[in-house]
Design a protein around this ligand. Structure first.
Ligand code: ATP
Length: 362
């Protein structure tokens, strides 16, 4: 791959994980996990603790053997290829820089391993440090750099070898909130500029939604739904995804001659193929509207100011429902006010009643 002025002439690789299984004792860390990543795409693996994100990333990198399944890079199965021969760059959660090497020597390390001459690798390391905005800091040692700067060096080290695939394992989670937001934009811009196929592990939904082209929500070693952030938010295919990505309320619904009935009215349903007898409707705060008529079946129990909107929690027939209301309208609402509630969504997701959401460790 050639690289000039920080832009590449070649596209990233296509990655396909096919039916990966990895068992540790009685735990199926990967239980038939599949994922396709397009060349140059950034896909985030998102899910609760223990759902298999890191195992999937390590299996892709070659650090974790798999019991079965295939890992294809540009169509070639690399399952038996050693990590160093897979041509992937990796950035970990903790700063994994060599403490006794300056930033520039850290960045040049992979090039040295690949037999690049001293002069050429120093020049390249400086070029990449410039790309991550650290050209002034090349001679500093890790302990002389801030956490955010160390992660930028780690990123520079990973991309210096011009990997076919970049793997990021919670690279921002050890940083404070402000540095994290800045660095996430920087990583995204760099990844797009270099068009490196990237897989990014995070348990932070905001991070996943703001950075990724597509997000794969994982649960129990399997992919639940892989979609663009907008689609994942607006068209979740399960209550689990709806709860994990964004805010949602579950409200018991009934069926009447094939019509799903919620608060006494029929509502259009997104997944009418679900045949469970006992069902809940899964509602986003903006799927519902309230009007303060003083006689409705709901009662305001809580208000949370979010800026332009206020999230109002309404108790309806014993169930709490969260509703987003324009803040200028919400200012008139007080605790205990009676409100009428209705569904304004084009269609609603239904889910088997009481289906385990496995949200306790989210
Ligand atoms: P987290 O967000 O907490 O890092 P994760 O989604 O990355 O979680 P993994 O680290 O992939 O999850 O772990 C998946 C499951 O496999 C967990 O139940 C974990 O305890 C188990 N596991 C992972 N590695 C090993 C191992 N080397 N030996 C035994 N069990 C393991």
């Amino acid at each position: 791959m050639s690289q000039q002025n920080g832009s590449r002439s070649t596209e990233g690789a296509r990655v396909e994980l096919q039916e990966l299984v990895r068992v540790f004792g009685r735990t199926r860390a990967l239980d038939g996990f599949s994922l396709d990543v397009e060349p140059g795409e950034l896909v985030a693996l998102l899910g609760p603790s223990g759902c298999g994100k890191t195992t999937a990333l390590r299996a892709l990198a070659g650090f974790e053997p798999v019991d079965s399944g295939r890992v294809l890079v540009d169509g070639t199965d690399v399952v038996r290829v050693s990590p160093q021969d897979r041509d992937m760059g990796m950035v970990f959660q903790s700063y994994s820089l060599f403490p006794n090497m300056s930033a520039v020597t850290n960045v040049a390390f992979g090039l040295r391993m690949r037999g690049v001459r001293a002069g050429a690798r120093r020049a390249k390391a400086h070029e990449i440090l410039e790309l991550v905005g650290l050209e002034e800091h090349g001679e500093k040692y890790p302990h002389q750099l801030s956490g955010g700067q160390q992660q930028r060096v780690a990123l520079a080290r990973a991309i210096a070898i011009e990997p076919r695939v970049l793997l990021l394992d919670e690279p921002l989670s050890a940083l404070d909130a402000k540095v994290r937001t800045g660095l996430r934009d920087q990583i995204r811009q760099l990844q797009q500029r270099l068009a490196i196929t990237t897989v990014f592990v995070t348990h932070d939904q905001e991070e996943a939604l703001s950075m990724a082209d597509r997000v794969c929500v994982m649960r129990d070693g399997r992919g639940q739904q892989t979609a663009t952030p907008a689609e994942l938010y607006s068209r979740p295919t399960s209550a689990f995804v709806a709860h994990f990505v964004g805010v949602s309320s579950r409200v018991p619904a009934t069926r009447d001659n094939g019509t799903v009935v919620l608060w006494g009215r029929g509502v259009p349903v997104r997944n009418p193929e679900l045949t469970s007898r006992e069902i809940d409707a899964v509602l986003r705060p903006e799927d519902v509207t309230i009007s303060a008529d003083g006689t409705g079946s709901g009662a305001v129990v809580h208000k949370s100011f979010l800026g332009a909107t206020t999230r109002v929690t309404v108790l309806v027939e014993g169930v709490e429902v969260r509703v987003d209301v324009r803040s200028d309208q919400a200012s008139d609402l007080s605790h205990g006010d009676r409100v009428a509630i209705s569904v304004v969504a084009r269609d609603v997701l239904i889910s088997p009643r009481g289906e385990e959401d496995v949200l306790e460790d989210v």
